[in-house]
Design a protein around this ligand. Structure first.
Ligand code: C2E
Ligand code: CA
Ligand code: CA
Length: 751
């Protein structure tokens, strides 16, 4: 079945074209041998070929979906034309035909069928958007071709009896045919394949032969048999071409195609016009037809350019429109927003940034189509809620910006109204209600400041709204946003401070309870910013972790501490230095190697260093962090578990970690004398530590009462304000002297 349809077209094509060629040869041979009977034979043969081809077209029409009607119409046209030629041949056999004959009449009847068939084959559907341009291009091509034909071929014969309307009929017919060729050429240029090319060439041959005949007849010459020979070739070509036509695929790049067509028209028109001008130069006689055609060419050309200009303007407008619009919601996009801000005339106003809560869940649980529906519903809701002087934009996935000009108050009112309406927007999207959709809105005003700043600030306020629980309105000037602003400020300035190495290190002594001697120091980072003032580690350490400078910061503190160790040593010989390590730092696979390298560089023995890590570093069960600590421990560095008793305190870790020291959280210590449960917890942790065995350091000892309780529980070491806060390196000697003075004079135990 497949093979059959594959071979049939080529066999059919060969048969058709050979029939045509045989017809042409027979016409030529007979016409030369019997010049007297030439008209009859030539007309009859071209008629037979046309009828045969037409019949093949009508019969083969069913094959290609979408081309059926075109084939039938063209087939009928060919049969009509062919019968006309047979009649003409018959007439000519009886007497010398006088034109127009009955055969000509039949040929004329075929014209509307032929034109309809060709236009159907052209598939006007693909031309619908370009029909005006196509028509103008075709008119331009045919009128310039007409001018050339007139000057070169027809003028001399048609004008000899003066300019009569009847004499111009052949020219009109030829012009119509040339127009058809032009329409085919331009229409098919977009999808020129072998079928279209064959049909086009065939039809051009037919038109040329027709023009030739008409000229001969108009000039009073005998009916030219050579034209009939050409027709014999033309019809099979048209027939085979039309049978091969396939509906054209939809081209994606319509614009490029359009340009190609326009360019072709211009080139062909110019070439033809150059010919016409050359012909005119050779014979500068001017006549009515020349003038009419010249005016037609200029007019069509002008209209065509005007039309192109209008099209270009329209396209430009639509492109600009598209570039500023969000295709989903039809709201303005980010670019439109910045335009709006540029053009803003209001002296003051507010920017609302709005973000949906739970939108991701809608997408994940209900699918992206539902997510899109929700966004469209939100856009509609905004449209309805806004006054004409306000404008809404979609600037991100589920982020919208509303610009509200005017004095304060209006913005807040609108924001709360929107919040209420957006809570119900999920009603219109099936399933969204169950997921739970609301909105958070951040507001920032402009007045003295720039509008662009207000956009950024409203984003900050939005963030604050999200962080403080969603489904709320937050003002950039409000407390939550202020907190958020502060953390952004801290992050920004901290980054610079770390880069510049502007952080200090203070030291807090650690004492052995039994002897009261200083056995070590905890190094604690300190930061005083010129603008923000003193910032506590509880604020800047998390900020450093957030903005990715914690590793740098940690190593600066470590290097400082190792370099300061000789100084510390002078006050408390043999003292250790403890450095805090963030879980983020431990995730680096080179952490242990970096620490060991720093130890080697500063010449400090690993046994003098304690790294303090919190349990939270090991919550993720990641072996990497553990491995870093094991490497350090293997080389002699001590490991302390910091803030034990504050977080998860999973006892299982204790046996697995290569720890030497347990530091009890100061939160426990603070309640030691007031909360019996804190006391119980502290007691069991100390017992546990001693049993493992681990050194136990109790932090946050602020009063002698607490110290006494801690001592009674059996803890080995203490740290706290009772003894000393963390102090700059310059004050360490004095602090140690004071500590060892009255209590432990002469008993400083350096081991
Ligand atoms: P931490 O490791 O638990 O450090 C002990 C904190 O307790 C220090 O606060 C210290 O000044 C404070 N402190 C000492 N004695 C007492 C006392 O008797 N009562 C009370 N209430 N507090 C006392 P600081 O210096 O503000 O540090 C806070 C936290 O910041 C530290 O807690 C530590 O987790 C972190 N941190 C400090 N410096 C660094 C550092 O260089 N690197 C890293 N990763 N974290 C650091
Ligand atoms: Ca610590
Ligand atoms: Ca601690």
């Amino acid at each position: 079945m497949r093979a059959g349809t594959a071979t049939a077209p080529s066999v059919r094509g060969a048969a058709l074209v050979s029939a045509g060629v045989v017809g042409a040869v027979v016409v030529t041979v007979i016409a030369r041998a019997h010049p007297g009977g030439a008209v009859a034979v030539a007309a009859a043969f071209s008629g037979i070929v046309a009828v045969l081809t037409g019949a093949v077209l009508v019969c083969g029409a069913g094959r290609v979906e979408g081309m059926r009607l075109a084939s039938v119409f063209l087939g009928v046209a060919m049969v009509c034309w062919g019968v006309g030629q047979l009649v003409l041949g018959g007439e000519a056999a009886v007497h010398e035909p006088t034109f127009p004959t009955a055969g000509d009449l039949l040929a004329t009847v075929s014209a509307p069928f032929g034109v309809t068939g060709l236009l159907l084959a052209l598939r006007p559907r693909s031309l619908r958007s370009h029909w005006a341009r196509m028509t103008l291009d075709s008119l331009l091509l045919s009128s310039s071709a007409g001018l050339l034909l007139w000057r070169l071929v027809y003028r001399s014969v048609l004008l000899h009896g003066g300019l009569r309307a009847a004499a111009l009929l052949p020219l009109a017919i030829v012009l119509i045919e040339v127009t058809l060729v032009a329409v085919l050429l331009l229409g098919w240029l977009r999808e020129l394949d072998r079928g279209r090319l064959l049909a086009l060439v065939g039809f051009a041959i037919y038109a040329a032969a027709d023009g030739y005949t008409l000229r001969a007849v108009a000039a009073g010459h005998p009916w030219p048999w050579a034209a009939a020979a050409l027709w014999c070739v033309a019809w099979p070509l048209v027939g085979e071409g039309v049978l091969r036509l396939r509906p054209a695929e939809q081209r994606s790049d319509g614009h490029a195609e359009e340009t190609r067509v326009t360019l072709t028209t211009t080139v062909v028109t110019l070439t033809v016009l150059v010919g016409a001008v050359a012909a005119f130069a050779a014979d500068p006689y001017t006549d009515g037809v020349t003038i009419t055609l010249a005016i037609a060419i200029i007019t069509v050309f002008g209209v065509r350019e005007g039309h192109a200009g209008v099209q270009r303007g329209r396209m430009l407008r639509s492109l600009t429109h598209q570039a500023l619009r969000d295709p989903l919601t039809a709201l303005g996009n980010r670019r439109a927003l910045s335009r709006r801000l540029d053009d803003l005339v209001a002296a003051e106003g507010a920017v609302l940034t709005l973000d949906l809560d739970g939108f991701k869940a809608v997408n994940d649980l209900l699918g992206h189509a539902r997510g899109d529906d929700l966004l469209v519903a939100v856009a509609r809701c905004l449209d309805r809620a806004l006054d004409p002087d306000c404008a809404a934009f979609r600037v991100g996935g589920d982020e919208f910006v509303v610009v509200v000009p005017g004095p304060a108050g209006r913005d807040r009112h609108l924001a709360h109204a929107l919040l209420g309406q957006l809570r119900t927007v999920a009603d219109s999207v099936p399933g969204a209600l169950a997921v739970g959709v609301s909105a958070s809105i951040g507001i920032a005003r402009w007045g003295e400041g720039a509008v662009a700043d207000a956009v950024v600030e409203s984003g900050v306020a939005l963030h604050a709204a999200k962080e403080s629980g969603r489904d709320r309105v937050e003002n950039y000037d409000g407390p939550v946003a202020a907190e958020h602003r502060r953390s952004l400020d801290v992050e920004r300035r901290l980054r610079a401070a770390v880069r510049a190495g502007d952080l200090d290190v203070h030291y807090q002594p650690v004492l052995r309870l039994a002897s009261g001697s200083v056995v070590g120091f905890e190094a604690l980072a300190r930061w005083v910013d010129p603008l923000l003032g003193r910032v506590t580690p509880d604020e800047f350490i998390p900020a450093a972790e957030r903005c990715g400078v914690i590793a740098d910061l940690g190593f600066q503190v470590l290097r400082r501490a190792l370099l300061d160790l000789p100084t510390l040593d002078r006050s408390a010989p043999g003292a250790h230095v403890a450095v805090n390590v963030s879980p983020v730092q431990l995730r680096s696979t080179s952490f242990a190697a970096d620490v060991l390298q720093l130890l080697a560089q500063t010449g400090v023995e690993p046994e003098r260093l304690i790294v303090e890590v919190t349990e939270s570093a090991f919550v993720g069960e990641d072996a990497g962090e553990l491995h870093q600590l094991q490497q350090l421990r293997a080389r002699g560095v001590w490991v302390a578990i910091d803030d034990f008793g504050s977080g998860y305190s999973a006892l299982a870790y204790l046996s697995r970690l290569p720890a030497s020291t347990l530091k009890l959280d100061q939160g426990l210590t603070a309640h030691l004398t007031t909360d019996p449960r804190a006391l119980a917890v502290m007691r069991s942790i100390i017992d546990l530590g001693l049993a493992l065995p681990l050194e136990v350091v109790v932090e946050g000892v602020e009063t002698p009462e607490v110290r006494d309780v801690v001592r009674s529980l059996g803890a080995g070491y203490v740290q706290g304000w009772l003894y000393s806060p963390a102090v700059p390196i310059e004050q360490v000697a004095e602090v140690v002297r004071a500590l060892s003075g009255p209590v432990t004079a002469g008993r400083v135990d350096g081991s």
